[in-house]
Design a protein around this ligand. Structure first.
Ligand code: G6P
Length: 489
């Protein structure tokens, strides 16, 4: 069985070379780390967009086919024109599905032409895929950009097994029904043989939509993987919380270089607690709410003035979409207001970094931080929370985590769970986390690390592949216990 992975973005980017040509470099993201050995051993391939338009990089296919750019498995580019990028990627994917699935319908732009582009680009991805698969291959499609692909592949006569994993949340029925193309999209999803969600909450929402919108559908629950029966189709639906390469993060955090950098960061903030936020620029990440909570903490606990510093890293993203630039302006205004209110000689309360941190620096920041403050308003999983735990090889540090991050289901027993909309509640939890005795940090961090270690990215991949391939689900998978739901307290 060969595996064909399809995602909107390839795990590699094409960037201009100093000599005027192009070079291929690894992109960010842990998915490729887990999939790479399977793709290499099974001569698999990865189909996706390069992130540039035809106009920007005219010969992406040739560049990726160049033997100098070999990565052990085949990379197949799908090319988009500028208008396809605008209507499919920015438009339907990021101005309709992204906000709607993150419970923010007022941000949606329900433009009919966006749907047409979504259909057309999903068909294009399907054509590229159909040209490369045989009946025994396994097609694994990722994320909200490509929910309509399976139906197109079937219409092209593809008989392979096709599975889908949604990296973002699936919305509740009341939210989903606002989508003008709700029936089309739900029926399109049902064309997959296996659908994977991040959390039990997402699967529950999906079942609610299936029951309400698909007449005749029956849901049979068989533990971690249930089945939807509709006419003659049987679709498996499971919960697979995505994770990280735990050992690799722990290894990087144990290197002398990372430890030395962490010591330097700490030395820059003598006798102070460091609170760290690392978020992609996005209105779902709750960055303004987090800044308000930090301000509220400084007002409520005057003793903490001069004793706590927030380092907030914001990774640039989707800046072409107006909502993202507005978010950036709001964040920067708040940072300067708070710094203006509290800065005193020798202490600036918020250090704001507007760029990504590389693979060496990130573990150092995690190691230096007394508290990681991860408070998205809604998030499919949130890997920053897991990376922080993996990097705390010293079993110190505290995690303040949003109840609405997918990661909360697995990390609820060691983290301080908070409602990110409750500014006072977050301020209180942050104050407590900053003053947590070392022994309690250790016992919480041990639980957190165990949860991340026990269900790492490799376990995630094995569970998903087993659910896709197993003939009989009755004993699936031997040691795959049900993933709990968040308990609100
Ligand atoms: C989220 C999505 C991914 C996406 C990433 C970065 O994590 O689930 O599919 O690749 O954001 O966003 P971008 O729009 O830059 O691909």
């Amino acid at each position: 069985m060969r595996i064909v992975v399809v995602s909107n973005r390839l795990p590699f980017v094409i960037v201009p070379a100093p000599d005027g040509g192009w070079v291929v470099e690894p992109g960010s993201g842990g998915l490729v780390t887990a999939l790479r050995p399977v793709l290499e051993n099974r001569h698999g391939c990865w189909i996706g967009w390069t992130g540039a338009t035809n106009e920007e990089v005219p010969r992406a296919g040739e560049i990726l086919a160049n033997p100098e750019n070999r990565f052990g498995f085949e990379l197949v580019p799908v090319t988009l024109t500028a208008s396809e990028r605008d209507d499919f990627y920015f438009g339907f994917s990021n101005e309709i599905l992204w906000p709607l699935f993150h419970d923010q319908p007022s941000v949606c732009r329900f433009e009919p032409r966006f749907w047409l582009a979504y259909e057309a680009v999903n068909r294009m991805f399907a054509e590229t895929t159909a040209a490369r698969v045989g009946p025994d291959d396994f097609i694994w499609v990722h994320d909200y950009h490509l929910m309509a692909m399976a139906g197109k592949l079937r219409a092209m006569g593809v008989r392979s097994r096709i599975a889908f994993f949604l990296h973002i949340p699936f919305p509740p029925l009341d939210m989903f029904v606002k989508l003008p193309w709700r029936f089309h999209l739900l029926r399109a999803l049902i064309e997959y043989d296996l659908i994977g969600f991040q959390t039990a909450r997402d699967r529950r929402n999906f079942f609610q939509c299936v029951r309400a919108l698909l007449r005749g559908a029956r849901i049979l629950s068989q533990g971690p993987v249930a089945t939807v029966h509709l006419h003659d189709r049987h679709i498996r639906v499971g919960v697979f919380p995505i994770s990280i390469d735990f050992s690799e993060f722990a290894r990087r955090a144990s290197e002398e270089q990372a430890m030395a950098k962490a010591r330097n960061l700490r030395a820059d903030e003598p006798d102070r607690k460091i609170v760290l936020g690392v978020d992609r620029l996005d209105y779902t990440k709750g960055i303004p709410e987090k800044l308000n909570a930090f301000r509220s903490m400084l007002r409520r606990f005057p003793d903490l003035k001069g004793r706590v510093t927030l380092i907030q890293v914001v990774v640039p993203s989707r800046e072409e979409i107006p909502g993202y630039l507005e978010q950036k302006t709001t964040i920067e205004r708040l940072v300067s207001e708070i710094n203006g209110e509290f800065t005193r000689s020798g202490w600036v309360p918020i250090h704001y970094i507007y760029r990504g941190l590389d693979a060496m620096r990130l573990p150092a920041y995690y190691l230096a931080a007394d508290v990681a403050l991860v408070t998205p308003l809604k998030d499919g999983m949130n890997l920053v929370a897991k990376e922080y735990c993996a990097c705390r090889v010293d079993e110190q540090g505290s995690l303040v985590l949003s109840e609405f991050a997918g990661a909360a289901a697995q990390l609820q027993h060691g983290a301080f769970l908070v409602n990110p909309f409750d500014v006072e509640g977050v301020a209180g939890a942050l104050g407590r986390a900053c003053q947590l005795p070392s022994e309690e940090q250790r016992s919480r961090m041990r639980r957190l690390r165990k949860a991340v270690r026990d269900y790492d990215i490799y376990r995630w991949m094995d569970a998903f592949l087993e659910a896709a391939i197993a003939k009989d689900l009755s004993d699936f998978p031997k040691n795959h216990e049900a993933i709990p739901e968040v308990v609100f307290s």
